[in-house]
Design a protein around this ligand. Structure first.
Ligand code: 5RP
Length: 222
């Protein structure tokens, strides 16, 4: 099976977690896009969606799905999103698509985080995938120095030769070379650096369920 076939399989499996008549939180990325396309097939059964990025909002609206502002929503049963890496305990690295801050905010309002990922994303220890950190633009150099002092190698993410700007107008530092033995502690430590908006570690609140696409079928990790 191709990686896209595995992503489609987990996106289809995630539909079973969508609660009829309720609001669904929707992530960002290629796996989330497969999920949005599946959600479109049952759109009459959901009340509305909350999007974790402008790109996701646009795709949802393109399918005729109502997108609500998070400020108008106080709860939702599930948030469904992909990951760049996930451990068997549900700790994740996210932000490969630069949407980590909005993803973490929307996920914080949901009762459950359902992670959908192809099998290549499952790791014993996080850190091979460079850890994204969203920073206030004026602070990228000082934050990079602090992350380097912690043993990583922070690189400013570029797009077309210029610093990439997130939906929030901030920049992303990708931290290479970390071996993250204690993701909960590192999440707190990096979030405490002045200038950091959000670190792409989702460990204190990780995934409640992971639907993992494998050639043998979709495996459910809880
Ligand atoms: C975006 C994310 C994505 O969930 C993550 O990058 C995985 O993406 P994909 O499904 O394309 O592999 O965190 O910010």
């Amino acid at each position: 099976m191709t990686q896209d076939e595995l992503k489609l399989a987990v996106a289809q499996a995630a539909i079973a977690y969508v609660v009829e008549g309720e609001i669904v939180g929707v992530g960002t990325g290629s796996t989330a896009n497969f999920f949005i396309d599946e959600l479109a097939k049952i759109k009459h059964k959901v009340k509305a969606a909350v999007a974790s990025s402008e790109a996701t909002a646009e795709r949802l609206r393109g399918h005729g799905i109502t997108v609500l502002d998070l400020n108008d929503v106080s709860s939702m049963p599930v948030y469904i999103d992909g990951a760049d890496e996930i451990t068997p305990h549900g700790a994740m690295i996210k932000g490969g698509g630069a949407a980590l801050t909005r993803e973490k905010i929307v996920a914080s309002v949901a009762d459950k985080f359902i992670c959908i990922a192809d099998g290549s994303k499952l790791v014993e220890m996080l850190g091979k995938f460079p850890l994204p950190v969203e920073v206030i633009p004026m602070s990228h150099a000082v934050v990079a120095r602090k992350l380097n002092a912690m043993g990583g190698e922070a690189r400013l993410r570029l797009k077309d030769g210029k610093p990439l700007l997130t939906d929030n107008g901030n920049m992303i530092l990708d931290v290479h070379g970390l071996q993250i033995a204690d993701p909960v502690a590192l999440e707190a430590e990096i979030n405490n650096i002045v200038g950091v908006v959000t670190v792409g570690l989702f460990a204190r609140h990780g995934a409640n369920v992971c639907l993992l696409g494998t050639p043998e079928g979709v495996k459910t990790l809880t």
